[in-house]
Write a protein that binds this ligand. Sequence first.
Ligand SMILES: [Zn+2]
Length: 286
Amino acid sequence: MHGDELNGVEIIRRLINQKNFKLTKGTLIAVPMVNVYGVVNQSRYMPDRRDLNRCFPGSAKGSLAGRVAYTFLNQIVKHCDYGIDLHTGAIHRSNLPQIRADLSDAETKELAQAFGVPVILNSNIIDGSLREAAERHKTKVLLYEAGEALRFDEFSILAGIKGITNVLQHLGMMRKSSSRKKAITPFVANGSQWLRANASGVVNNHFQLGDQIKKGDTLANIGNPYGDIIDSVIASRAGILIGQQNIPLVQEGEAMFHVAYFSEDDEDIAEEIENAQDTLLPVTDV
Ligand SMILES: [Zn+2]
């Protein structure tokens, strides 16, 4: 959807070129790029500086972004029963592979669970988004968020390919594979929050995506260039780290850590995330 979010392009490229990729039922429309202008310019936005995912349903006589939204909605989305919208974090921000969806809809929730990533977030529908327009046409949409803009992230790509395959199998469009690998148990978050910097400076980060966080943990120290610690980012609640900024410099007020909160034991969730990484990523010699 967004022009600088490239993991989705690679997910589709690899998915449809898999040797054993075969649909037994239905039609899959694979759209590797929606904002093609953005991909060419390495930008999230359209050339008219609009965010395409705020321009739906668009109109045939509207702005450039509005026209692209209108065409995509009417020529592609409207004809689909289901959709998976592929995204990544922003520039210099990484997301743990996660599904965001309207979980108040039972069928959407079922699909979200079938996708099979460890973390699911219930997410409100944004005005002007593809999801909002699609749901008006009774198309159920999952949003997959994984990795960072302008980068390929192997775990995000592999989890995306596996997730789409899982959904196609769940819908009876693909034969189930005879893999003996254990399926990933998804956990639905009760909520999430961005922790922000209360000082500007150099960042020493103590946590990685997928880590369990305990209340009171120091997620990062913010210091001056001479080594004095000016401030620390402290976890106000226990949870799992699902998003973070990657630049080791921060300005006061910037969002640094995205933490999701669960009813289940965080230790089990962190373990399931590790399982997912071990299952998907090829073993490398150390
Ligand atoms: Zn996006």
